[in-house]
Design a protein around this ligand. Structure first.
Ligand SMILES: [Zn+2]
Length: 237
């Protein structure tokens, strides 16, 4: 798929570029990233492509045009705007998730402070607040320690989140990866992960959190996913 892109695909790529570029500002706004760390990607609907940010470019300089279009094997689609740059160093992990989880439309990675502090200790965040039951349906699990550069991070994300309600995983000693129905949904999961990581951390400083009974977690999750809001978020499993 080089050289010629039909109009419908081009429109879908352009819309995804806009979304992904704009959503990086949300990572900054919510204090989830420093310098150029962290990244958002979005699957281009109806294609085997995704859009991700270029590596090492300041958040202030991200535009729809300099986002990079990749195939699901993580290679850059030549001849498209931005293709002269290298994609995010986490591209292989994002690509692995899109290849193996076809229902996922967005992936986010951050080293947000509180969540990464849980990751550094290799401890799952227990589900002890109702907002967490709503959003994640249980604990936020820990994935394996994995070195950047091959597929081991992607494998760890998929192995941990497959069959799990959580859209977020704490990769041990590293940071947060989230998945979503689209890039915005994955960004929301990243924002909520840091929020609950902070709250449960502070709770721990004050004493032992009170567990929420499993049946209440189930009821909260079901209600939030299926009833709450303007339209269902769509449950990811
Ligand atoms: Zn990282």
């Amino acid at each position: 798929m080089t050289g010629w892109i039909d109009r419908q695909t081009q429109a879908a790529i352009d819309a995804t570029r806009e979304d992904v570029a704009a959503l990086h500002a949300e990572l900054v706004r919510y204090g989830l990233v420093v310098w150029t760390g962290g990244n958002v990607s979005g699957r281009v609907p109806g294609t085997d492509l995704f859009v991700i940010k270029p590596s090492g470019v300041s958040y202030d300089d991200l535009t729809p045009e300099n986002q990079i279009v990749c195939r699901l094997d993580g290679t850059v689609l030549e001849g498209t705007p931005g293709s002269d740059r290298s994609p995010s160093s986490d591209t292989a992990a994002h690509a692995y998730v899109y290849r193996t989880m076809p229902h996922v439309g967005g992936v986010v990675h951050t080293h947000s402070t509180y969540a990464t502090a849980w990751a550094a200790r290799g401890e799952a965040i227990p589900c002890v607040i109702t907002a967490m039951a709503d959003e994640f349906g249980g604990e936020i699990p820990v994935g394996p320690f994995a070195i950047i550069g091959d597929e081991s991070i992607g494998e760890g994300i998929v192995a941990t989140l497959t069959g799990h309600r959580s859209r977020a995983v704490l990769m041990q000693n590293h940071g947060v990866f989230t998945i979503g129905t689209d890039a915005r949904d994955a960004v929301k999961a990243a924002v909520m992960t840091e929020d609950v990581a902070r709250t449960v951390h502070i709770t721990r400083q004050l004493g032992e959190p009170i567990p929420i009974p499993q049946q209440s977690i189930d009821a909260l999750f079901d209600r939030y996913q299926n009833v709450y809001g303007q339209k269902p978020a769509g449950e990811l499993k």
